[in-house]
Design a protein around this ligand. Structure first.
Ligand code: PEP
Ligand code: MG
Length: 575
């Protein structure tokens, strides 16, 4: 067995986990999805692109094999590369997509199996080896395709630390929470959706750990420090003991913070800030209530739409939204309409393959393009409003044009329900401010909404031009950057000017270091992963409004995120 290895990534969800490694590879099990005729050409294109990526990978493997092992080994990859140009495989799969109106994964797997089986039926051993090559090539393309459409993590062997290349949000959402001790990912950033889910579930996680998959073997002892980003593989017995002590200290601090659950969310001088929770499913409701959330500041509904062959019906959605508002008996529950695209693709939507999905058809843009899906969700939301304090929030709105289009569909959904005699309510309607244009035009937007909530994850991504899922640049994605803070401050100022409610539901709201400045900006609410609530409340209760305003003024005058961080760290140490 190899010795101790220590690797460093980005701490994405706090806490210490210690346990045996479980290597996660996305399952190749594929389901058949029926696609609408208009999305079939783009499905064919998706397959072609995946094949192109696979060809590139195979060409690199061929070169490496030639360098390191000689011509014979390289010839295997030469043959695999040729298979991806053979119309027998790809051409047939493309035709099957069009004829059977199905997804690329299913078509490719089916055609691949046919080709492999017919090769196997030939008497010569040579053809048996070619069948294995076909399966290998198909599996490579499938894993490229499935990198977009999710996999399974619902069946863990026991309490384990999951180590994998990359996790899709749906992988993490399906994870068996009792058995998932910690998460380590080769790729990703702190605001990628898998990281957000880890925080919601309170699972220590480190992302962007280069080389971890190669360094670990199944069953190796692994330590994950989700605060510092350190991952230790096969620690010595002594070191393991030290980590156990650290873990106990961390757990004790958590327990102390629990004492704050019922304390008021006010500054020393009595200024109140609502502290709410971000959730992604009904299962998260209990932890939101347990950690003292005063409401739900963000219900990410996209997880209801993932990992299924057809969209959830109006009835199914209504039940979920109704149960959420009833659990919070009268306190606000802000439900965000479907926000997919970017790193949250859904096969049955038949989304286009886009070179820059984060700049493409996502969020409200996609909902406006798919009125059928949007109207169903809106009707379910309006019906649930009749059962509690539900607010509706649109994601990724760039300007009033999109806002008006979305509001027109709310009116249409109301009319439909009224005509059908279905009981429904009239919820406050707002938007997420997460595109810089919305922050810059906030005065116009506030005229036409009941509230806004700042999504600092995307606002940071778009303001600083940093892909939130790209580990190589994720160190640049700092929401404490003064450029981002100035936009937030402006939104809060405009909200106060016209008496409109302003919340923050991006990850910055759950960073206790930032609590004084966000309070100083004068926002009404901070919404975060449930377990972060007590820590943020502690920071809020330790400051006065005057101090908070002074600190926010100084933060806005800083030149860089590093300067802001230093200012806030000094402030914390002075307490
Ligand atoms: C955000 O962008 O800050 C946000 C809360 O939305 P999401 O992270 O789901 O994109
Ligand atoms: Mg967002």
């Amino acid at each position: 067995m190899a010795g101790r290895v220590e690797l460093k990534g980005l701490g994405a969800s706090g806490g210490i986990a210690i346990g045996p490694a479980h290597l996660f590879r996305r399952s190749e099990e594929v389901v058949r999805c029926r696609l609408p005729p208009e999305s079939l050409p783009s499905e064919v294109e998706r397959l072609q692109r995946a094949a192109q990526v696979a060809r590139q990978q195979i060409a690199e493997l061929k070169e490496k094999a030639a360098r390191e092992h000689g011509a014979e080994e390289a010839a295997i990859f030469e043959a695999q590369g040729l298979m991806l140009q053979d119309p027998e495989l790809l051409g047939k799969a493309e035709r099957l997509i069009m004829e059977a109106k199905c997804n690329a994964e299913w078509a490719l797997q089916r055609v691949g199996e046919e080709v492999a089986s017919s090769l196997e039926s030939l008497p010569d051993e040579y053809f048996g080896a070619r069948a294995a090559d076909v399966r290998d090539v198909v599996s490579r393309v499938l894993s490229i395709l499935q990198g977009r459409s999710g996999g399974k993590l619902g069946d863990l062997p026991g309490p384990v630390v999951v180590v994998g290349e990359e996790l899709m949000p749906s992988d993490t959402a399906q994870a068996d929470r009792d058995k998932l001790l910690g998460l380590v990912m080769e790729t990703g950033s702190c605001t990628s959706h898998a990281a957000i889910l880890a925080r919601t579930m309170g699972i220590p996680a480190v992302v962007g750990v280069k080389g971890v998959v190669d360094a670990v073997s199944p069953g190796d002892a692994v330590v994950v420090d989700g605060d510092t980003g350190v991952v230790v593989i096969r620690p010595s017995a002594d070191e393991l003991g030290d980590w156990q002590v650290k873990k106990e200290q961390w757990d004790r601090r958590r327990e102390q913070l629990r004492l704050l659950i019922s304390a008021a969310a006010v500054t020393r001088d009595g200024h109140r800030v609502e502290l709410a929770a971000n959730i992604g499913s009904l299962e998260d409701l209990s932890s939101a209530l347990e950690w003292g959330a005063e409401g739900i500041g963000l219900f990410r509904t996209e997880f209801l739409f993932m990992d299924r062959e057809v969209p959830p019906s109006e009835e199914e959605q209504f039940e979920v939204y109704r149960r959420a508002v009833e659990a919070f008996s009268g306190r606000p529950v802000i439900i965000r309409t479907l926000d997919v695209g970017g790193d949250k693709p859904i096969p049955w939507l038949g989304q286009l393959v886009e070179a820059n999905p984060f700049l493409g058809l996502r969020g409200i843009r996609l909902c406006l393009a798919r009125e059928d899906v949007f109207l169903t969700q809106l009707r379910a939301l309006l019906r649930a409003r009749a059962h509690g304090n539900l607010w509706v929030m649109f994601p990724m709105v760039a300007d009033v044009g999109e806002l008006r289009a979305a509001k027109r569909l709310v009116d249409k959904a109301k009319e439909d329900l009224a005509c059908a005699g279905v009981p429904h309510g009239d919820p406050p309607v707002g938007i997420m401010v997460e595109i810089p244009s919305a922050a810059l035009l906030i005065d116009h937007i506030l005229q036409e909404v009941d509230f806004v909530s700042v999504g600092t994850n995307d606002l940071t991504q778009y303001t600083l031009a940093v892909d939130r899922t790209n580990a190589t640049v994720s160190c640049l994605a700092d929401a404490l950057h003064p450029a981002v803070l100035r936009l937030i401050a402006e939104v809060a100022r405009a909200g106060r000017r016209c008496g409109k409610w302003v919340g923050i539901c991006g990850d910055l709201a759950g960073d206790a270091l930032a609590t004084p400045i966000l309070t100083g900006f004068g926002v009404d609410e901070l919404s975060m992963a449930p377990r972060l609530l007590p820590e943020v409340k502690e920071a809020l209760r330790a400051t006065s409004m005057r101090e908070a305003q002074e600190l926010s003024r100084r933060a806005l005058a800083c030149r860089s995120a590093a300067e802001v961080r230093q200012l806030l760290t000094q402030n914390r140490q002075s307490k």
